[in-house]
Design a protein around this ligand. Structure first.
Ligand code: ZN
Length: 295
């Protein structure tokens, strides 16, 4: 999944770096699919005669380089087997106490893997969100400041889901994926959740690259929610400062990598086969009329 994300992003980066126009693309369908998904998840670049607002191409290249480096770092941690820290498949050993720090920023749990139990102060943003505390959580990652290591938990429900179908066995063809939602594959397989959690693993990938769970404001309200899932990722990417925030959003990377893995489809609108926009129109004589990019 990560290898395919790196390869496809590099291919797109080179096309943009060489200032190729859509009419010059040697593999139009594949290039369009990658650009379309990138635009939808990380922010749409500025076109000439398409939508005239958006991220400049110079900034798009900088953003792509950042995403490529994050994926490459995750890949090198995994392929060199240098992932250090702890990966748990449950967290029921952590027992919440009623104690919080005076500034309310940390909550005391007892780590009952040890006898007597160790005190563990978790950020209050995690409190009540552990796997055994809610069914909504897929996984969570904590930078243990005392041991200076990442502790990742992938929740048991993710492994239960993955018992029936793994990402590697999904039929990656247009007919196999048609009308499916990308979110279905994220929750079906453990790979997407692991990718999400690895982007939080600062001791492994570096504090500069580390992503968080960024908040997005729901349309027509003042309330915010973490940008989980394709709908909220896409919403985040369209907000004014969205593209720079999307680069720091864990689920954006997880879903983009998944979209690059299941590359028979354009996932820019979440459902396989629905396109977010078009870069060409057929003229009455059957030839294509292409948009030009404002490089
Ligand atoms: Zn997260």
């Amino acid at each position: 999944m990560t290898t395919k994300a790196v390869n496809q992003l590099n291919a797109l980066y080179n096309i943009i770096d060489n200032q190729q126009q859509p009419e010059d693309w040697t593999n139009y369908d594949s290039t369009f699919r990658i650009l379309s998904t990138w635009s939808s998840f990380f922010g749409r670049p500025k076109y000439v005669n398409g939508v005239n607002t958006g991220v400049t191409w110079t900034q798009t290249k900088i953003n792509m380089k950042h995403a490529i480096s994050l994926y490459q770092t995750v890949l090198s941690v995994l392929s060199s087997k240098s992932l250090s820290g702890i990966i748990n498949c449950n967290d029921a050993f952590l027992k919440k106490t009623g104690t919080t720090t005076a500034d309310q920023k940390h909550v005391l749990y007892h780590d009952t893997r040890h006898q007597p139990a160790y005190d563990v102060w978790l950020p209050s943003s995690l409190s009540g969100k552990l796997c055994h505390e809610t069914q909504e959580t897929n996984g969570w990652t904590w930078q243990n400041p005392f041991a200076q290591r990442d502790e990742i938990t992938i929740c048991p429900k993710i492994f239960d889901n993955a018992k029936n179908e793994q990402l590697s066995s999904v039929d990656n063809s247009m007919s196999g994926l048609q009308n499916k939602e990308l979110g279905y594959y994220k929750y079906l397989t453990a790979g997407g959740t692991l990718m999400h959690e690895l982007t939080h693993a600062a001791y492994n990938i570096g504090f500069d690259l580390k992503a968080g769970d960024q908040l997005v404001t729901l349309p027509g309200t003042t309330s915010t929610t973490p940008a989980y899932g394709v709908k909220l990722i896409r919403l985040l990417a369209t907000t004014a400062s969205g593209p720079s925030i999307a680069l720091k959003n864990a689920d954006t990377y997880a879903f983009f990598a998944l979209a690059m893995y299941l590359d028979a489809c354009d996932w820019s609108r979440e459902v396989c086969g629905a396109q977010d926009f078009s870069l060409r129109k057929k003229t009455p004589n059957g030839a294509w009329n292409y948009l030009k990019f404002d490089y």
